[in-house]
Design a protein around this ligand. Structure first.
Ligand code: SF4
Length: 289
């Protein structure tokens, strides 16, 4: 199958087989995101999805876990998702679970009985773009959700038997607000209990609407040193047991990952060393062409 778009999935899905069921993101309005801005959202025909499953199965593929693409695969109607799961079971009898990205409103739109049906059909983890813990920042980013709505969506998916993974971005709150955001995020995560968190640390394409906000002075960008301090504070405050954390700062090729709480001290020491290193350097901003 030809893949359209930029592949973006959490590192916890590296062993999953990725099956695209749609192209792009049906929301596509976040000001920092350029993943799918060049694409019109569309769902792929079931025949095309089945053809791909048949091809992979014919090559001997029988993955234990499938990740459905793309930007918010969970936005599909429940009947369509159930039909796709039936195909996955037919071609991959060894499949034990299906994960995918979802927006908060994709979850809130589905009634509880549909969420339960999807959980029973094999959905294990939904990845939500939580991004930050501050409502005014979510509004500025045009994220289309509040923290209260995110909390409600997570409660519903937990009640249906699914777990959630959070995508966040240090730096999203803007210059001077990293520690405030770390506290707000920690409070939210300690209450809503994700089983994994991925920090993609904000990096900005110069064509992104948020980059234009920087040029017009509406958003003050954060350098990597402040991002590292924000991440350090967040990791110190997280209280969730059994949490897998992975944080990337691609522009400075720094990564910190581990399981909480057992790896916390080691991760904090790694961050402390990186902070010391960047305190002695010129500020680095994660802008990409
Ligand atoms: S919902 Fe996700 S994929 Fe869609 S525009 Fe926002 S960040 Fe990008």
């Amino acid at each position: 199958m030809e893949y359209e778009g930029q592949i973006c999935r959490g590192p916890m899905e590296r062993a999953s087989y990725m099956l695209p069921i749609s192209v792009g993101c049906s929301y596509n309005r976040c000001r920092f995101c350029m993943l799918f801005k060049h694409l019109s959202y569309r769902e792929l025909p079931l025949e095309q999805i089945e053809e791909e499953l048949r091809r992979v199965s014919g090559l001997g593929g029988n993955p234990k876990q499938v990740f459905l693409g793309d930007g918010n695969a969970f936005s599909a109607e429940t009947d369509r998702l159930l039909a796709i799961f039936a195909l996955i079971r037919r071609y991959f009898p060894g499949c034990q679970g299906v994960n995918m990205d979802a927006t908060v409103h994709d979850i809130l739109r589905k009634p509880p009985r549909e969420l339960t049906a999807l959980s029973e059909a094999g959905v294990r983890t939904l990845y939500l773009g939580i991004e930050c813990g501050l409502d005014d920042v979510l509004a500025q980013m045009n994220k289309g959700q509040t923290m209260a709505q995110a909390g409600e969506a997570i409660e519903r998916l937990h009640q249906a038997g699914m777990s959630y993974g959070a995508h966040i971005m240090t730096g999203i709150a803007g210059k001077g607000r990293g520690l405030e955001n770390a506290q707000a995020l920690a409070d939210f995560f300690n209450r809503t209990r994700p089983d994994r968190i991925v920090n993609f640390s904000l990096f900005l394409h110069r064509r992104a609407p948020l980059y234009q906000d920087i040029l017009s002075g509406q958003f003050l960008p954060v350098d990597e040193l402040e991002n590292l301090r924000e991440e350090q504070r967040l990791l110190a405050l997280l209280e969730t047991d059994g949490l897998v954390y992975d944080g990337f700062h691609d522009c400075i090729t720094f990564r910190v990952r581990g399981n909480l709480p057992q790896d916390r001290e080691k991760m904090l020491r790694k961050l402390e060393a990186a902070i010391g290193e960047y305190e002695a350097k010129e500020p680095v901003f994660a802008f990409v062409p």
